[in-house]
Design a protein around this ligand. Structure first.
Ligand code: HEM
Length: 177
């Protein structure tokens, strides 16, 4: 089992990063929507802490993934034979990268603007990225809201595209080849 990608297969590092982020993002979309509807109080503030911590971990995993792409480039996508589908898949992949930067960054900015520390699993305190200000808080969380909805749309399109293909695309990301 190779760690590195080849011209035609995904190594275990890329596959592990892909599935860890896939499940993490799916869980966070649900969990985020759940906590956003709660009245924040002493009994549930820990849930916000968990959400922020996992979000920062996903942000860090994205950075690892980008570095790994340069260390070990991914194989070309298998052509589906339908031009617009291939172009759509490329744009959804690009949108994922943009949104997986914008979503955690806007959460981090918004959280810092509330004046509360952004603590990762009660261990590491991240510096605030914005002044304590209601305007910054509202703007950042408005971006977080819209970007998470766009991310959910990309997840749906990506899963639909992958599941509908019967050419081994899914097997490559599950088993490697
Ligand atoms: C990939 C990472 C992340 C995903 C998928 C995600 C997803 C979400 C979603 C779906 C919501 C609900 C939005 C709404 O319907 O109003 C939300 C809310 C929230 N997120 Fe994230 N999030 C991520 C990262 C972060 C990070 C890194 C932070 C802070 C450091 C953060 C802080 C928050 C907070 C405080 C809320 C509640 C906002 C409110 O009460 O209106 N998120 N998130």
């Amino acid at each position: 089992m190779s760690a590195r990608n080849t011209d035609v297969s995904f190594g275990w590092v890329t596959r592990t990063l892909h599935w860890a982020m896939a499940f993490g993002v799916l869980a966070m979309l649900g969990f985020g929507s759940y906590i956003a509807r709660m009245e924040v109080g002493m009994s549930n503030i820990w849930m916000f802490g968990v959400h922020k911590s996992i979000g920062i971990v996903l942000f860090a995993l994205l950075a690892v993934r980008i570095v790994w792409h340069f260390v070990s480039p991914v194989p070309e996508s298998l052509p589906s034979g339908v031009g617009w589908k291939d172009r759509a898949a490329v744009w959804v992949h690009r949108a994922f990268y943009v949104l997986l930067i914008v979503v955690p960054l806007s959460g981090w900015i918004g959280s810092g603007a509330t004046g509360l520390d952004v603590l990762v699993f009660n261990r590491v305190t991240l510096p605030p990225l914005a002044p304590v200000s209601e305007a910054w808080e509202e703007a950042a969380f408005a971006v977080h809201f819209v970007a998470t909805k766009l991310l959910a749309l990309c997840v749906v399109l990506h899963i639909a595209g992958a599941v509908m293909r019967k050419d081994g695309t899914m097997a490559r990301m599950v088993r490697g080849a």
